[in-house]
Each structure stands twice: as C-alpha cells, then as structure tokens.
Design a protein around this ligand. Sequence first.
Ligand code: DC
Length: 214
Amino acid sequence: MVVAIDGPAGSGKGTVASILSKKYNLINIDTGATYRCVALKAIRNNCVDDINKIIELSNNIDIKFDLNNNVYLDNEDVTELIRSKEVTKIVSPISSIVEVRKNMVDLQRKLASNSSVVMEGRDITTVVFPNADYKFYLDASIEERAKRRFIQNQEKNIDMSYEEILENIKARDYNDMHKEVGSLMRTDEQVYIDSTNMTIDEVVEEMSKVIEVK
Ligand code: DC
C-alpha cells in the first residue's frame, strides 16, 4: 500500500505522514530529506555552485531512514543538521537539477520496495508513485505555513525570523512549482485538503476517512 502526499513547504505533510504511519503501520518516507542530504553533502564538499560535482555526489550517496524517522547520510545521523538554515536556503535549487532528481526518485522507490509506505514530497503523486493507492495534496495559506515553520524552528532551536521564513517559503514555492521535472502540481486524482483553518487531528481524520472508505 502506498499513501502519497504532495504539498508546499510547511503545509503539514511531515506531521500528518508521521501520524498516519503509526496509525496504519506504514514506513514513513520524507523525500524532502533525501534532497536535503544532497544539499548537506554539497556544503561539506564545498561544491554548492558546481552542478556537475553535485550530480556526481548524488550518484553514490548513501541515505537511510530508521523507524523513528531519523535520517542517516553515509551512516551519520543528520536528522537535525539537514533542517539547518544553510541547508534550507540551498535545497530547492539543488532539487531542481534533473539528474539529482532521477537519482533521488530511484532511491525513494527502492526505499519503498519492500513495505507499505506513506511518502511525502512534491512529486510523489505524479512522478514517484503515480499509481499510489491514495493521493493527497495538502495545502495552507503562505502566512499560515510560515507561522507553522516558525514555531517548529523555535522548538528545534533553529534561529530564523518569521520574515526570513516567509521569504524562504515564497522562493521555494516558486522554485518547487516551476521545475523542469518533478514540479509540485495539482491534479484531478489528488484529494485536495486546505488545512489553513484545520487542526492536525482534523486533517488526519479527513485523510483517514478517504483511506478507510476505499
Ligand atoms: O519538504 P522539504 O521542505 O524538506 O523539502 C526540501 C526541498 O526538496 C524542497 O524545497 C523541495 C524539494 N523536494 C522536491 O523537489 N521533491 C520532493 N519529492 C521533496 C522535496
């Protein structure tokens, strides 16, 4: 079983995917984390402006997830590091590189090959698993998404102002919706949920209804 969730930054995908994974006993795969690992590795290799080197390092990157949603890059736990301001600022352009996307999509499909999964990202319902059993597009207003990210960052001690987050989300929205390959888009097959005025529990309930009816 594959539950695919797409949506813009800060729409709540990560939180609901984590709850749904526990509720339905699914492996939770945060595909944004795979692009964040490439970005972190590019920073560490001093090659954030060198597309060919970024492609090269994405060819052989070792990314793993454990059951608690921790992320490992070359066997190092980078769960927190990949959420840093530095990574967040460069990840969207890196995720636009077509060859990097090809490598990450292959990796994401492999990660899902032996289990039932809930997978969230930007192109899961359209590219990674176009035949997923359940397809959702989770949305919220840009101000609400920036507010949620600001609160999340404070909990994680990530120092970014609300204005800085809002600007970053605006830039990422534009970039994520205008990619040559794997753009974030709405389709008729997705169940669209605008969570601006909904609690997490309400969103989970609405998604659960869809999953249980089918
Ligand atoms: O969901 P996130 O903010 O952690 O994602 C980080 C970046 O990766 C985001 O700017 C868009 C990109 N991304 C993507 O292009 N395709 C995906 N399936 C997931 C994320």
